[in-house]
Ligand binder design. Structure first.
Ligand SMILES: [Zn+2]
Length: 700
């Protein structure tokens, strides 16, 4: 009887199918499609057990490997994407925040490596943090970032475009390729504000974030179908750059904490092979995977050797994907709060399922027993060994804080100090205390979200009052920037500049505050005051294109045309597709009445960014001056449609229509100008147009 039972047991064991292992072939003759889905929580997709219905991504996961325990190295768009493309940690590639940083030229990336090995390269990105000016365009023959413009440096809504606009462009580019290609497709839809189109707005009523995710999946379907018709296999990698907190731990969106809702990301690696008829059996791996492992994985799959000192490891061999593989420590950080608000910097490490967050109030979690990070084990005596192990693992990275590596010449520092500004690098404190810990300050983040919301619903006075309360509680760069921007937009120019001066008095003196103040000084007829600020900032940060553009404008306003052109050329040397520099050059040529060069510059700007309202408006001026009035009127109308706060275009259009003499056509445009243009900047024009409206009242 015993023998029989044993025999039956052995037979049963033999019948258990072996653990399916997805086929991921090493093949130099394949395409690569990297899809990054912005702000995608790991637990959003249905294949991860999430509430968004995502059949296309689920099918991809069934064809390949789905990593169930994958983490980002940062919680912001630009630093994360830089880690994905370079295979480096943020403290290695140096991009620590969405603004004020740019990938150093010459850094090898997935695009530069594959391009030099013969792959055609194309990128289609959908949100402002990935604009070519930040340097991720290196190595891409096509870098399509046409998503319009933001109104200013403190604009709250990031310029972006939706999946239905981008995926067809990405598909079209693939169709045009003859040889092997590498494409990077980035979709921004899941980023706030969440506003899914029908039917997803109804199907996901009350939880629109998941509606956006379902919409993205639907849009990706045709692209995956196209890959199945190609005559060459395609390696497909899908990941998120970071997640979204959705209120967990008191955080609304992302970019503050590094808890699992924002740090853990989905990661799917699959091969779409046109010859494969049988449905494959996918694999789920619970091995810790990291963003820095993606580049080594792609290089391994293509049989390429990359930079020797990459910190990541390939995820390709099945053995590497199975439980029991040696855990790889995963470094992570959140530097935005330090850089924009003066809060404590956040760094941490995941080792196995233990997670350590280094802050003035440190945290230790066991993610296996406490996946929601509710039970901080930092002071539990029984876990003292774990704490020491993790602290050691973190120290082994030798990660430095942003700004620490930047060497500044003594005369630059002295110059900045003489102006009352610090070096323009991170506003670091010598010592951060518990009062600087983001856990104690997260309520202020919620207040900022409330203020942004008030502004977006046009409750300007309430937004201003709330921001004043916020900066009274704690002086923070981002709050001062927003407050100054709201004053500026509502025509309270003096208040806008007073707010920025107040920030500087309170010790908030970073790059963004200085550039914003200098821009406002320039715009209000004080370029001589803007100039020394911008000269100092651009000496410290010679690659800051926003500061360079502002400097060129100030120089032009002071009549230093040659210097201005030289400054704009510096921008174009950093980013040949910087439409703002081209627009600025066009405006300077226009001021010099060099209409041929002005038109050329505006047209180049429109080529770089077809949705540029400024370039469209400038082109209209050239057309008017060269007798092409019908074209000028059409271009101004388009400029206003692209950006209703382009008051120069609105003024030009109104003036031309009044001159043409058809009061019925002119009146609505004149009325719009009088109603919306800020009186602090356009008082005389508003008065003149108001008089015209009174005069022509009752005329047909
Ligand atoms: Zn992002």
């Amino acid at each position: 009887m015993i023998v029989l039972l044993a025999a039956a047991g052995a037979a049963a064991l033999l019948l258990v199918p072996r653990r399916p292992v997805a086929r991921l072939d090493r093949d130099a003759n394949q395409n690569v499609l990297l899809i990054t889905l912005d702000t995608l929580r790991a637990d959003a997709l249905s294949c991860y057990g999430g509430p968004a219905h995502t059949p296309n991504l689920d099918r991809l996961a069934r064809d390949g490997v789905r990593f169930d325990f994958a983490h980002a190295q940062a919680v912001l768009t630009l630093p994360s994407h830089t880690s994905i493309l370079t295979g480096l940690y943020p403290f290695q590639h140096g991009v620590r925040d969405n603004s004020g940083f740019r990938l150093a030229a010459g850094t090898p990336t997935m695009a530069t490596i594959l391009q030099s090995d013969g792959w055609a390269t194309g990128a289609f990105v959908s949100g402002f943090p990935l604009n070519a000016r930040f340097g991720l365009n290196a190595g891409f023959t096509v870098y399509n970032d046409d998503f319009g413009e933001t109104a200013g440096p403190a604009d709250f809504q990031l310029a972006s475009r939706t999946a239905d606009q981008v995926v067809p462009l990405a598909e079209h580019w693939i169709e045009q390729q003859q040889g092997r290609w590498f494409e990077w497709l980035h979709l921004f839809d899941a980023h706030a504000p969440y506003d899914p189109p029908p039917p997803f707005n109804r199907e996901y009523a009350g939880r629109p974030y998941y509606g956006e995710v379902a919409f993205i999946d639907k849009e990706l379907g045709p692209l995956f179908d196209r890959l199945r018709t190609l005559d060459r296999p395609t390696l497909v990698i899908v990941t998120g750059d970071h997640g979204e907190a959705l209120g967990e731990h008191g955080e609304q969106t992302h970019g503050i904490f590094a808890y699992e809702p924002t740090l853990r990301i989905p990661l799917i690696v699959a091969q779409i092979d046109p010859g494969e008829r049988d449905p494959r059996r996918g694999e789920v791996s619970d091995v810790g995977a990291r963003h820095v492992d993606i580049l080594p994985t792609v290089l391994d799959a293509l049989k390429l050797s990359g930079p020797a000192d990459l910190p990541g490891r390939t995820l390709l061999p099945a053995a590497q994907r199975q439980r029991g593989a040696a855990p790889r420590p995963s470094y992570f950080e959140s530097m935005g709060p330090m850089l924009n608000r003066g809060w404590a910097p956040l760094e941490g490490v995941i080792l196995g399922h233990e997670k350590y967050i280094d802050l003035p109030l440190p945290e230790l979690y066991n993610l296996r027993t406490d996946p929601n990070e509710q039970n901080n084990l930092i002071d539990v005596a029984a876990d003292a060994t774990e704490r020491r192990t993790l602290e050691h693992a973190l120290s082994e990275f030798h990660a430095d804080l942003p700004g620490a590596r930047r060497t500044e010449s003594p005369e630059v520092v002295a110059e900045l100090q003489s102006l009352g500004y610090t070096s323009g690098s991170a506003p670091r404190k010598a010592q951060y205390t518990a009062d600087d810990d983001p856990k104690r300050l997260i309520a202020l983040d919620q207040e900022i979200h409330k203020a942004v919301d008030l502004y977006e619903r046009h409750h300007l006075n309430q937004a201003i009052a709330l921001y004043q309360q916020i900066v009274a509680q704690r002086p923070m760069s981002v709050a001062y920037q927003h407050l100054a921007f709201i004053y500026w937009e509502s025509g309270q120019v003096g208040q806008a500049m007073a707010t920025l001066h107040q920030a500087i008095q309170h010790g908030v003196r970073d790059h963004d505050i200085q550039v914003q103040l200098a821009t406002y000084l320039s715009e209000t007829g004080r370029p001589q005051d803007a100039l020394p600020i911008l000269e100092a900032v651009t000496k410290t940060r010679p690659d800051a294109v926003d500061a360079l553009n502002a400097l060129g404008i100030a120089q032009a306003r002071l009549g230093r045309i040659k210097d201005a052109m030289g400054t704009f050329q510096r921008v174009l040397a950093l980013d040949p597709a910087d439409d703002m520099a081209m627009e600025n050059m066009g405006s300077v040529y226009l001021g010099e009445n060099d209409l041929v060069h002005a038109e050329d510059a505006f047209r180049k700007a429109l080529q770089a960014n077809p949705r540029s309202s400024t370039a469209r408006s400038g082109l209209g001026v050239v057309e008017l001056k060269t007798g092409r009035t019908a074209e000028a009127v059409a271009d101004w109308r388009q400029a206003i449609a692209l950006n209703p706060t382009n008051y120069d275009a609105l003024y030009n259009l109104a003036a031309e229509l009044v001159r043409e003499g058809d009061a019925g056509v002119a009146r609505p445009v004149v009325e719009q100008f009088v109603r919306t243009a800020p009186p602090s900047l356009y008082a005389d024009d508003i008065r003149a147009f108001s008089a015209w409206l009174a005069r022509t009242q009752g005329q047909p």
